[in-house]
Design a protein around this ligand. Structure first.
Ligand code: OAD
Length: 232
């Protein structure tokens, strides 16, 4: 267990948090790039690009539907709950997440910016309607009432982030006294680009990242272990 800096957060603190797949690892959801991560078993070009989807929508949907079913039975862990509690205890709080699993919502976080969308959303390629659909999608690829094909409501490589989301994330990071970076390899941009904008940052990750030497505190451990200990 790393030595934790004391008094890092106070009730008067303005906090921004950037999370990635690692915060859901202890809820049983695999990450993308750590051992056993998705991108060690699959090519991201096939599963997480518009081109991959155009080539084989059924293959892409089968993978997303498997993930949706695994996420449907996952519960938030102590890290998610600590962030929901932190939001209540500090002066201002913005949670910026790259995760699409919705576990921050389930834990009770309110001010959440989802940079990469939400796996429970589906969007019609014909009429453009986006809606929440948590049902089991039996007939893949699924279709909209208008007849158009639906796609997962997530952001793929090469696509724009949801309108205004990165601007809101950057503004929250610049306004914060502290940015907590938890469970991300910080390799995907523009999400990782907010880290250098922080006045001060603390990283929580069992592994080193490219930002480990840049941040004020690099805490080696898991988010479920460390985040509860940062609560003011
Ligand atoms: P990665 O899989 O790239 O990184 C996960 C990070 O979490 C690694 O640095 C791990 O060391 C760390 N980690 C593992 N277990 C942890 C734990 N229990 N507590 C804390 N940290 C832990 O996932 P992301 O950084 O989220 O995008 O990846 C960013 C984006 O790349 C994803 O949103 C996804 C992916 O491709 C798209 O699909 C567009």
């Amino acid at each position: 267990m790393p030595l934790l800096p004391t008094g890092l957060l106070k009730p008067s603190s303005k906090v921004a948090v950037l999370t990635g797949a690692g915060v859901s690892a202890e809820s049983g959801i695999p990450t993308f790039r750590s051992n056993g991560g998705f991108w060690h078993q699959h090519r991201f070009e096939d599963l997480a690009t518009p081109q991959g989807f155009a080539r084989d929508p059924k293959f892409v949907w089968t993978w997303y539907e498997e993930r949706r079913r695994a996420i449907a039975i996952a519960r938030p862990n102590a890290g998610h709950y600590a962030l929901a509690e932190m939001e209540k205890r500090v002066a201002s709080f913005t949670l910026i997440t790259q995760n699409v699993d919705g576990l921050h919502d389930l834990a009770g976080s309110r001010n959440v910016i989802k940079l990469h969308g939400d796996i429970w959303n589906v969007r019609c390629l014909k009429c453009g309607q986006e809606k929440v659909d948590r049902s089991e999608l039996a007939d893949l690829p699924p279709h909209c009432a208008c007849g158009g094909m639906l796609r997962p409501g997530v952001v793929w490589f090469g696509e724009q982030l949801p309108p205004g989301s990165i601007e809101r994330a950057e503004a929250a990071v610049r306004a914060a006294d502290l940015l907590i970076v938890a469970g991300t390899s910080a390799q995907v941009y523009p999400a990782a680009g907010v880290i250098p904008m922080a006045r001060a940052a603390v990283e929580i990750n069992p592994e080193e990242t490219e930002f480990s030497t840049e941040v004020a505190y690099s805490l080696r451990g898991t988010s479920a272990e460390i985040l509860p200990q940062l609560l003011p």
